[in-house]
Write a protein that binds this ligand. Structure first.
Ligand code: NAG
Ligand code: NAG
Length: 154
C-alpha cells in the first residue's frame, strides 16, 4: 500500500479514538413543539413528542432542509449542490484517484484504492468526508458544513 494511504489511515485511526465517548451534538431539549428541526448531520432531523426529543434520519439519498419553502427530507438532486455529492462514482483507481481517498455519494463514506480495487469505507461516527480547498479527510459534521459552505441559509 502506498505511503500516503497509510498516513491517511493513521489519521483516521487517531480520529476514531478521539471521538469515542463523545457522541456529538444531539439535542436533548425540545427546541420547537410543533416543527421539525435539523442537526449538524445533514441527514438527521428532530421533533418533539410530549416534551421528548425524537431523532430521525432521512432515507438514503435524502437530506433534511428547513427554509421558507420546505421543511423535511429532500432528494439529493433538489438539494443545494454544495451539500451533496451528485456526481460521485466509484473511482477507476488511475492517477490521482489511486493516491487520494475519493468522495462517495454517501456523505459519510469515501473510496480508497487498494491493490484489490476501490473500497468504500465509512468515516467514524459523527463525521463526513471532505475534499475541498485543501481539506481532505473525515471531519465532524459542523466542520463539514463550514468547509462545504453548506448551511440552511441561502
Ligand atoms: C424553518 O425555516 C423557517 C423559514 O426560514 C423559519 O421561520 C423557522 O423558524 C425554521 N424552523 C426551525 C425549526 O428552525
Ligand atoms: C429551500 O431549500 C431547497 C433545497 O436546498 C432549495 O431548493 C430552495 O430554493 C430553498 N428555498 C429558499 C426560499 O431558499
Amino acid at each position: 500500500m502506498q505511503k500516503t494511504l497509510l498516513i491517511f489511515l493513521g489519521i483516521l485511526a487517531v480520529g476514531w479514538t478521539a471521538s469515542l465517548g463523545a457522541t456529538g451534538d444531539e439535542p436533548l431539549v425540545c427546541q420547537f413543539e410543533d416543527e421539525l428541526w435539523g442537526g449538524e448531520d445533514i441527514r438527521k432531523f428532530y421533533f418533539c413528542i410530549n416534551g421528548q426529543v425524537i431523532e430521525d434520519t432521512c432515507d438514503t439519498d435524502y437530506y433534511f432542509v428547513n427554509n421558507s419553502t420546505f421543511s423535511g427530507c429532500l432528494p439529493s438532486n433538489l438539494m443545494n449542490p454544495q451539500c451533496v455529492n451528485l456526481d460521485a462514482v466509484e473511482p477507476d483507481c488511475e492517477g490521482l484517484a489511486s493516491q487520494q481517498p475519493q468522495p462517495s455519494a454517501s456523505l459519510n463514506k469515501f473510496y480508497l484504492c487498494t491493490n484489490e480495487g476501490a473500497k468504500e469505507l465509512s468515516c467514524e461516527q459523527g463525521k463526513a468526508f471532505v475534499n475541498q480547498d485543501g481539506y481532505l479527510g473525515c471531519f465532524a459534521w459542523t466542520q463539514w458544513r463550514m468547509l462545504r459552505h453548506c448551511t440552511d441559509d441561502p
